[in-house]
Write a protein that binds this ligand. Structure first.
Ligand code: 5GP
Length: 192
């Protein structure tokens, strides 16, 4: 998506450790007009899918997912990072290795909000090694809901997550794919 790539080129910063900083528009300060355009693009890409729920993970996926949910006119559920607390004693849970914080945590979703009737679109800000998205897919599978697809704002194509999801047959729509980043030069290359 040209507009998102332009934002990344203009406002993103490449940091050591394969981290792309986009906190001026995506995951700290949030440009909601940009999110609205992203929402429209995912609506176009998943127009044929019977999506009735958006699933994301706290915290940085929530803002984007809310705008997408508005576009699809469906509710959004976010998986909570938990210190083994039960919501109503009835939760699905999965373990996720955090790329940015380098630790493992449990994520939980209440059984009330994900059922076999649901057709789910997963939304997140970044795809790196795929741990966050895989944790959400585990939860969807445990609930008996149907995974319709995954929408990612920025996929880092030089990490494994996207490749593995596509290999599993998951319908993955990343709006920008960064194939190379160089912190020393501050440069990045997008997949065409
Ligand atoms: P994964 O679980 O795919 O390894 O990493 C995805 C998660 O880590 C995202 O939810 C995102 O919050 C965070 N993340 C991964 N790579 C980056 C990055 O380059 N920049 C930022 N800001 N967050 C990232």
């Amino acid at each position: 998506m040209e507009l998102l790539e332009e934002y990344i080129r203009r406002n993103g910063a490449v940091k050591e450790g394969n981290v792309l900083k986009v906190d001026s528009f995506l995951n700290h300060q949030m440009d909601v007009q940009l999110f609205a355009e992203m929402g429209k693009e995912w609506k176009r890409l998943f127009a044929d899918a019977p999506i009735n729920k958006i699933l994301t993970i706290e915290a940085s996926g929530i803002g984007i997912a809310c705008v997408v949910a508005q576009e699809f006119q469906v509710p959004v559920v976010f998986a909570k990072k938990s210190q083994s607390i039960n919501i109503d004693g009835e939760v699905y849970s999965s373990k996720v290795q955090s790329f940015t914080h380098k630790r493992v945590y449990d994520v939980i979703v209440s059984r009330k909000f994900l059922t076999p009737e649901d057709h789910v679109l997963v939304i997140d800000d970044f795809l790196a090694n795929g741990c966050a998205v895989n944790g959400l897919i585990d939860i969807i599978e445990a609930s008996g809901a149907t995974l319709e697809g995954v929408g990612i704002a920025i996929e880092k194509g030089f990490q494994e997550g996207g490749k593995l999801l596509r290999k599993r047959g998951v319908r993955l729509e990343s709006l920008a794919i960064v194939d190379a980043m160089d912190a020393a030069k501050g440069s990045l290359t997008f997949r065409q």
